[in-house]
Design a protein around this ligand. Structure first.
Ligand code: CO
Length: 208
């Protein structure tokens, strides 16, 4: 695709929206009231709005390599605080995907420069779950399972934050872990048990 095509596509998109509603952009400019915060991978194949079937204004999005929720990442922490405390989203989603290059890179015994500290978060997930993962003989199945466990651990990281604990108590905000299967297009719900994780971690991570 050529860069000029982007602007042609944009014009066509504007026309499509206006045909559907002549005040579409006037309405959009009034503000946002999304129900979801979506934290996903930067991978170009995993587009939040497309796979969820949502329109502009419906989902607040943050993407990074391997959908990590790292407590010293000012970017993701700002996104969580703003969307939970100010936009009042009621669902926070971590969406990973099979064939994730970030997770694969973390599993290589190689110096990857600035990516080392970032991908270390995934190596830590492997360490926490190494008994389960090492018991899986098939390499692809082990890789897929690590992708699921990474999503689960990032959900745990979300539940460790004061903003999430407070919103859960106040209005029943929930955290969800999903995996997008690139090969079938299917979105898989890992059925994260919020209350159980909260109970498990409260001894140390209670902030509210
Ligand atoms: Co990825």
């Amino acid at each position: 695709m050529k860069i000029e095509d982007v602007f042609e596509n944009n014009k066509a998109w504007i026309q499509k929206k206006l045909n559907y509603n002549k005040d579409y952009f006037k309405d959009l400019a009034k503000g946002q009231n999304p129900e979801f915060l979506y934290i996903g991978c930067s991978d170009s194949r995993v587009t939040a709005e497309d796979i969820m079937g949502v329109q502009p204004g419906e989902v607040f999005v943050h993407r990074n390599i391997a959908n990590l929720v790292n407590n010293v990442d000012l970017n993701v922490m700002s996104v969580i605080n703003y969307s939970v405390r100010h936009l009042k989203v009621n669902h926070v989603v971590v969406c990973g995907h099979y064939y994730c290059g970030g997770v694969k890179a973390a599993m290589q015994a190689k110096d990857l420069g600035i990516l080392n500290p970032w991908l270390r978060n995934i190596r830590d997930v492997f360490r926490i779950h190494k008994d389960e993962l090492n018991a899986i003989k098939d390499e692809d199945a082990r890789y897929n399972r690590l992708i699921e466990l990474n999503v689960q651990e990032q959900c745990v990281n979300l539940i460790k934050t004061a903003a999430i604990q407070e919103a859960h108590k106040e209005r029943g905000l929930l955290v969800h872990g999903w995996v997008f299967d690139v090969q079938s297009g299917e979105l898989i719900d890992l059925k994260i048990n919020f209350s159980r994780i909260l109970n498990d971690i409260m001894e140390i991570y209670r902030l509210e």
